[in-house]
Design a protein around this ligand. Structure first.
Ligand SMILES: [Zn+2]
Length: 306
């Protein structure tokens, strides 16, 4: 399996258009010791030919253009992108679907709750259904395993398992609609197995760590893990108000370093990093602490095989 990290920031990207936190200001001033980042986007392939996107970020058009493997190869209208696997209905995870609307056949995997939100409550997504066979929507249930297939049904030989991580639906979903949806279908993480029996964890939002999850992490080759906030009160300190990291469904990185200190097997990479996170600054003590703990901090454009 080949994995490409096309984007590594949390929603809003880095810098964020309306943010003047120390990090965002320093990037704009050209004094930041570190890299700007687009919104989290991962692409995977088993055969190097057919690619699957984990989510579809609002930055997807630029991310595709920056990635030669994802450019059209055969004919005037074609794409190596075979499908999209959705972990939730958050705008920073699904808006990119609308950018893939040019009548290109695609398979989109989602829980039935996420599919209901997008297709029944948001009429713009009808642009993905203008002709028969444009978008093949395929439901999956938490806990089950499914093979990733292209729109025609051809098997990529990547095996995906979804696990439920949070019961919070996005704020734009009406309370009436939320009452009809399954709580376990709101936000998921994925474990993806290659034919070589290597295993990738994609967990951009982890609200809690229990023994069952720890055991699953130990069986992985590589973790792409929630690196959203350094500390629980990070946003409140920067903005003067707001929610804690935990209220937003993210364990702070400082706690993750402690709780996963015993994890030996997998390569450990933080992604989905908020622009306020001090570890983005490569001259910061937080950055040093992360690296010393054996973790990496994802950057746009990274690629690895497993
Ligand atoms: Zn900022």
């Amino acid at each position: 399996m080949r994995v490409k990290i096309l984007g590594s920031a949390a929603g809003g990207a880095f810098p964020q258009w309306n943010c003047a936190c120390a990090n965002c200001r320093a990037v704009r001033a050209g004094t930041f010791q570190g890299k700007p980042r687009s919104q989290t986007q991962v692409a995977i392939t088993e055969d190097g030919r057919s690619w699957f996107l984990l989510g579809a970020s609002p930055d997807l058009r630029a991310q595709i253009e920056a990635t030669p493997e994802l450019h059209p190869r055969d004919g005037v209208r074609q794409s190596p992108i075979a499908g999209v696997v959705l972990a939730n209905a958050d705008l920073d995870h699904v808006l990119g679907l609308l950018l893939l609307r040019e009548l290109q056949p695609l398979r989109v995997y989602a829980t039935s709750s996420v599919r209901h939100i997008l297709r029944e409550d948001n009429s713009m997504f009808a642009m993905l259904q203008r002709v028969p066979d444009q978008t093949a929507w395929t439901d999956f249930a938490s806990g089950t395993e499914f093979h990733l297939r292209d729109a025609q049904g051809e098997d990529s030989r990547l095996l995906c398992q979804a696990i439920s991580s949070s019961s919070h639906y996005p704020a734009y979903v009406t309370t009436g609609r939320q009452s009809q949806l399954a709580p376990g279908e709101a936000s998921l993480g994925f474990f993806i197995n290659s034919t070589a029996r290597t295993r990738l964890a994609y967990l951009p939002a982890v609200p809690q760590l229990d023994d069952a999850l720890l055991q699953q992490l130990e069986e992985c080759s590589v973790l792409l893990f929630d690196g959203t906030f350094w500390s629980d009160d990070e946003l409140i300190r920067v903005q003067g108000s707001g929610q804690t990291a935990r209220q937003m469904g993210h364990i702070p990185v400082e706690t993750i370093l402690e709780k996963l200190a015993g994890l030996r097997r997998p390569r450990k990479i933080f992604l989905h990093i908020n622009n306020t996170n001090p570890m983005l600054d490569e001259s910061s003590p937080e950055h040093r602490q992360v690296r010393d703990a054996g973790w990496e901090i994802a950057e746009d454009g990274w690629q690895f095989d497993l």
